[in-house]
Write a protein that binds this ligand. Structure first.
Ligand code: DAH
Length: 355
């Protein structure tokens, strides 16, 4: 009996001093394993007299239970201290500055919209927005484009219902209508945004971006339109001189209408804007048609003005040397890393527009 107490006492001391799971595992095998000390003692039971057997068996069981409990308790302690140690070692101070700061990039289209907005706001234009889903009225009818007008066919419209009452706007011109319907003359706005046409190849995507311009006041004429666009193109391409020509054209919502080309040349495989004997069409414009003004309750005998519309994606491609329009919309991070802009470098006229 005293032997058992001694065994218990000794081993509890050993358990107490153990600090690793491996050590505890081996002691467990020595004591409680198949050929362990306790089982050896159980084997001795058969050698005892009946009256001693019961007493010894009960004490041996107690010993086994106590040793098992102590070992299990130790396992829990070791596990807890291992976790605590790990937490301590892996602690992160989230107030420390980052070692590697990955910042996002501004997409060239977003950059160019900011540049355009900055340039026009310098000369008094404010920014308007309209929804991508438009009514047939705002997109066509109010813009002097009735349902049998051939210009409608050129737009490859995405209609949203069989009655053709709603559609994805095919240009940003409906924002002219919205602006004039909700306010009073004069108006001086630009409206950048998404536009949609059912068309897709290297130079067309079903969704693209345009910016619309509208300036309505008393006594405005083509000279103001020309001056405004000349200023814009020079600022946008960051050049002092620009070769520009107005070609007669037709849009239902302007009369007279023109398309504007800018001169360019290719030098060392790169495009140089503003000089050279090649021409590039960049926008449509004209004097707002009196019918459009009547449709939005603006008196054409008192007010008149000019409007223009241009493709933003194309401007971005020209300015930043991007060849394939489709790459704009592929969401390829490597592309964006290369062509994107620093988010903190906001384009302003006085600080410089681009890098
Ligand atoms: N909305 C025309 C288009 O998408 C562009 C345009 C031309 C807009 C002449 C105008 C304008 O405001 O006056 O092709």
């Amino acid at each position: 009996m005293d032997d058992l107490k001694k065994i218990l006492f000794e081993n509890q001391g050993k358990i107490k001093n153990i600090h690793s799971k491996d050590e505890l595992d081996s002691l467990k095998t020595i004591l409680l394993g198949k050929n362990g000390k306790i089982n050896q003692l159980f084997k001795k039971l058969s050698e005892l007299e009946n009256n001693e057997k019961k007493e010894f068996a009960s004490q041996l069981n107690d010993l086994k239970v106590q040793i098992t409990n102590s070992i299990n308790k130790k396992y829990s302690e070791i596990e807890l201290s291992t976790i605590n140690q790990k937490l301590k070692n892996e602690r992160i101070d989230i107030t420390l500055p980052g070692r590697e700061v990955l910042s996002g990039k501004i997409h060239p289209v977003a950059q160019v919209i900011d540049e355009i907005s900055s340039i026009f706001s310098e000369i008094g234009f404010s920014i308007e927005e309209g929804p991508d889903v438009e009514s047939e009225f705002n997109n066509f009818t109010a813009l002097n484009t009735p349902s049998d007008h051939p210009a409608r066919d050129m737009h490859d419209t995405f209609y949203l219902d069989s009655s053709k009452e709603f559609l994805l706007r095919t240009h940003t011109s409906p924002v002219q209508i919205r602006t004039m319907l909700k306010g009073n003359s004069p108006f001086k706005i630009i409206a950048p945004g998404r536009t949609y046409r059912c068309d897709s190849d290297q130079t067309h995507t079903p969704m693209f971006h345009q910016v619309e311009g509208l300036h309505i006041d008393e006594n405005l004429n083509m000279g103001h339109l020309k001056g405004c666009l000349d200023y814009f193109i020079k600022e946008f391409f960051e050049v002092k001189k620009i070769k520009m020509r107005f070609r007669p054209s037709h849009f239902p919502f302007t009369e007279p209408s023109a398309e504007v080309d800018i001169g360019y040349k290719i030098k060392d495989g790169k495009i140089v804007i503003g000089e050279g004997d090649k021409w590039l069409e960049i926008l449509g414009c004209g004097m707002v048609h009196p019918n459009v003004l009547k449709n939005v309750k603006v008196d054409p005998s008192k007010f008149q003005g000019y409007a223009f519309g241009m493709g933003i994606d194309r401007l971005a491609m020209l300015k930043y040397g991007i060849n394939d329009l489709r790459s704009f919309f592929e969401s390829d991070c490597r592309w964006l890393k290369f062509f994107g802009f620093d988010p903190l470098d906001i384009p302003t006229n006085y600080r410089g527009l681009s890098r």
